[in-house]
Design a protein around this ligand. Structure first.
Ligand code: GLN
Length: 452
């Protein structure tokens, strides 16, 4: 049914870069066989899922939205893909995204944008716009995203779906094509909070293949989502981030957010205002740290080891071939990030830019720690504006970067955060973000579920 749905609507939505119909049917049949053999499978066995194309899948094309990886077939599965398969989930295909997960609209995909199912002339968010749109358009009940600065949550918000970023280190990065390794976190895209929690429970947990993976049990996310669904938040204290609840956001977004705060109050939560004075420096700190790490991570795309090799006529030097390959294979936003990062890391500038940004990162973490000594979780709108029309923010990179103004602080800190639909503004979805302390992912699901 989902393959039929994809065939019927993906020409208009363009959520998928690759549909693996054959692989999906084989996987579905093998679930039947495992059941018939008496294997006890988990609650998501047989459930189809779409996977963001930045996650490597053995033998299935994986491009990260870039020309430089066109035609590359990974020789292994990411840990999370192995876990999906073990759980009996059926991978439908790979979803569209901004090139190397850099962007907030999927307009930076080398393969053309994804259209928002709510209004095909508008962006579905990014970088994981394909995953969110696939879920919103009923092409897949669940999808995998990755969140470095908001790429699960912001697409969730603008497509009226749920998107959760687990605690950094709570879900393995092994087999994610690295963008910014100290920030990248894979997580679930779903239509309900409980569905997101069920998928979270499949992909999370310690992985010895990822040196930053946390060796601790997965928080009880499914139980927490079910508890929250009762709608009772008595005894829960929530902090509205003052800096993110005033001007800067569209009036319609703020109105929907305020209605949601009222609903949370009615559910029994105590709401207080919390100031996080360093959050306003999160965006500039992120745009030094993330490009710095990416300039290093993307050095591996050298025309030798993966995908595209251009200009190799047998006469040119290795360095010339590398340079021609990278010129041809990377899009403009990726080049901008590599240049920004290389500059920020260069000798003489390192302390002034990268070093300074790391200090700001510490101050932001301290804001979170101080806030969580007073409240159980923080809330804010997920993004300052609803889905915008194509082309309206591509001329000025800063306008695009603003889409993640409210999501980035959490990545710098490392805690979990979720976006849950909280109403409409001018007919377009608005998301509310719940941020919790590291490894308190269960608490985040409980609060989010109460809003449904
Ligand atoms: N939009 C942000 C960026 O372009 C976040 C991306 C992400 O989370 N992958 O870097």
């Amino acid at each position: 049914a989902h393959l039929d749905r994809i065939a019927a609507v993906d020409e208009r939505v363009h959520a998928f870069l690759h549909v693996d119909a054959e692989g999906a049917l084989v996987a579905a049949r093998s679930v039947d066989a495992r059941r018939a053999a008496g294997e006890r499978l988990g609650p998501l066995a047989g459930v189809p899922i779409a996977v963001k194309d930045v996650v490597v899948t053995k033998g299935v094309p994986t491009t990260a939205g870039s020309r430089i990886l066109e035609g590359w077939l990974p020789p292994y599965d990411a840990t999370l893909v192995t876990r999906l398969r073990e759980a009996g989930m059926v991978i439908l295909g790979k979803t569209n995204m901004d090139e190397f997960a850099m962007g907030s609209s999927t307009e930076y995909s080398a393969y053309g944008p994804t259209n928002n199912p709510w209004d095909l002339g508008r962006i579905p968010g990014g970088s994981g716009g394909g995953s969110a749109a696939a879920v919103a358009a009923y092409q897949a009940p669940l999808a995998i995203g990755t969140d470095t600065g908001g790429s699960i949550r912001q697409p969730g918000a603008v497509t009226g779906t749920v998107g959760a970023k687990p605690t950094y280190g709570g879900a393995s990065r092994y087999g994610l094509i690295a963008f910014s390794s100290s920030l990248d976190t894979p997580g679930p895209c779903a239509r309900t909070v409980e569905d997101a929690a069920l998928l979270h429970a499949v992909i999370a947990g310690h992985d010895p293949m990822d040196s930053t993976s946390i060796p601790a049990p997965i928080p009880a996310v499914v139980e927490a989502a079910r508890q929250g669904a009762s709608g009772d938040l008595t005894g829960v204290k929530l902090g509205v981030v003052r800096e993110f609840a005033g001007d800067g956001a569209e009036p319609g977004v703020l109105a929907a957010f305020r209605d949601a705060v009222e609903a949370l109050t009615k559910a029994g939560a105590e709401i207080v205002e919390i100031s996080c004075p360093h959050f306003e420096y999160a965006l500039p700190a992120y745009y030094l740290i993330a490009p710095s790490e990416c300039s290093s991570n993307l050095a591996r795309f050298d025309g030798v080891r993966f995908g595209l090799r251009a200009g190799d006529d047998g006469q040119r030097s290795l360095e010339e071939v590398m340079s021609i390959t990278r010129e041809a294979g990377f899009g403009p936003e990726v080049k901008r990030r590599i240049m920004l990062g290389a500059y920020a890391l260069s000798s003489g500038y390192y302390d002034a830019y990268y070093g300074q940004a790391q200090k700001v990162r510490t101050l932001i973490s301290r804001d979170f720690t101080a806030a969580f000594s007073q409240v159980d979780a923080l809330i804010s709108p997920t993004t300052p504006f609803v889905a915008f029309p194509f082309g309206s923010r591509t001329a000025d990179p800063y306008q695009m970067y603003l889409a993640d103004l409210y999501t980035i602080p959490t990545n710098l800190y490392g805690g979990p955060a979720i976006s849950v639909p909280c109403g409409l503004s001018e007919g377009l979805p608005v998301g509310l973000q719940v941020m919790a302390p590291t490894m308190a992912d269960d608490r985040m699901y409980r609060v989010a579920a109460a809003l449904e």
